[in-house]
Ligand binder design. Structure first.
Ligand code: MRU
Length: 351
């Protein structure tokens, strides 16, 4: 069995070593650093659904390794059906991030290619999962370079980011946070304003922690402080990631991104969306067709074990929203930069 060890990286949320998968449990960060062993596709699907691993590219990578785990366990002539069932189960774990389906369709193609063989193609599947992982990391570095060049063009400034789009959410480095990291390394950023990102607190728990690891100056605020900061002229760019980008440039991202883009337009703050090509879904005409995940009411009604809302209250907890393309100044992907994104410019760059 091929051994694939992930390159050393200070923040490594997905670790494959000697045929096993471990995930850094993002539910308990930054308080505790716990690695969760994952031994089957079912385990991987549960870990994705429960947010042990989260962030669009990281979900796709974890699911790909989940298929490898299942291939290692599969026996008998019906291995092909077993793996297809595992892929279906993994695909049901979270609905919005298209990177999950992008990664699973690559794994599915490998399965189909080997369907006439007696045993599951473990080595070929591991190679595909490893290449999805490695490619995401190297694409992130390209995103970092392209995004930081845009910041350089407009001048040194402080920036705002939402949710967590860093090494924890990707194969390494990050998308929006990768741009911020790269720009910081070039002396282009004075400080990073981190929104706490209600209700799961990806900003407070994960982004603030990642920035602290690298001693990048970061200020944490409640999400609703964004307009005040923008009105004071303290934000040069709003830089966010994406979970799915439709053919017309509408962007699904963490709940609150739409409101931030409206506020940014009002205050003349530029909006940069940073995402790999695997986040585009050109089969969808517009953001209206993107499925929006809603999660457990308890995320709003409780802080840990403590109730912070009356029992029985009806709760609306969508965890993504759609930012219309018209509110986005630029989308950065590894193929290049799309200014004032619209259907034609996106199709041309991705062709
Ligand atoms: O619910 P999450 O934490 O998976 O949501 C993550 C986001 O919304 C990120 O902004 C997006 O996945 C891009 S991650 C590089």
């Amino acid at each position: 069995m091929t051994t694939m060890t992930i390159d050393s990286n200070p923040i490594d949320p997905i670790r494959w070593c000697d045929g096993s998968l471990e995930l850094l449990d993002q539910r308990v960060l930054p308080e505790r650093h716990e690695l969760l062993p994952v031994t089957s596709a079912n385990d991987a699907a549960k870990a994705i659904g429960d947010m042990v691993v989260r962030g669009a590219p990281a979900i796709g990578i974890a699911a790909a390794y989940g298929v490898v785990l299942e291939a290692q366990r599969s026996t008998g002539a019906d291995w092909h059906d077993q793996l297809k069932e595992a892929i279906e189960h993994l695909g049901a774990s979270r609905p919005t991030a298209v990177n999950l389906f992008w990664a699973l369709s690559r794994m599915s193609a490998v399965i189909d290619e080997h369907r006439h063989e007696l045993h599951p193609p473990v080595t070929a599947l591991l190679e595909m999962a490893g290449s999805i992982h490695a490619r995401d990391r190297s694409d992130n570095l390209t995103l970092g370079r392209l995004g930081s060049e845009l910041i350089a063009r407009h001048g040194r400034c402080s920036v705002m980011t939402h949710c967590n789009t860093g090494a924890l959410a990707t194969g390494g480095h990050g998308t929006a946070l990768g741009v911020i990291r790269s720009a910081w390394a070039k002396g282009l950023i004075t400080r990073v304003h981190v929104n706490e990102t209600r209700p799961w607190l990806q900003g407070a728990r994960l982004t603030a922690w990642e920035l602290q690891q690298e001693e990048i100056p970061a200020v944490l605020s409640v999400d609703s402080a964004a307009s005040l900061l923008m009105a004071r002229g303290e934000i040069g760019w709003l830089i966010v990631g994406a979970d799915r980008i439709a053919a017309n440039g509408d962007v699904a991202n963490k709940i609150g991104t739409y409101a931030l883009a409206v506020q940014a337009r009002h205050h003349g703050v530029k909006v940069m969306v940073v995402a790999p090509v695997s986040t585009f879904d050109l089969s969808l005409e517009s953001g209206a067709a993107i499925p929006i995940e809603t999660r457990d009411a308890r995320e709003l009604t409780h802080q840990g074990e403590r109730a912070v809302a009356p029992e029985g209250i009806e709760v609306f907890n969508p965890v993504f929203d759609i930012t219309p393309a018209a509110l986005i100044d630029v989308i950065v992907c590894e193929h290049g930069v799309i200014e004032t994104p619209e259907r034609g410019s996106i199709a041309r760059l991705l062709a």
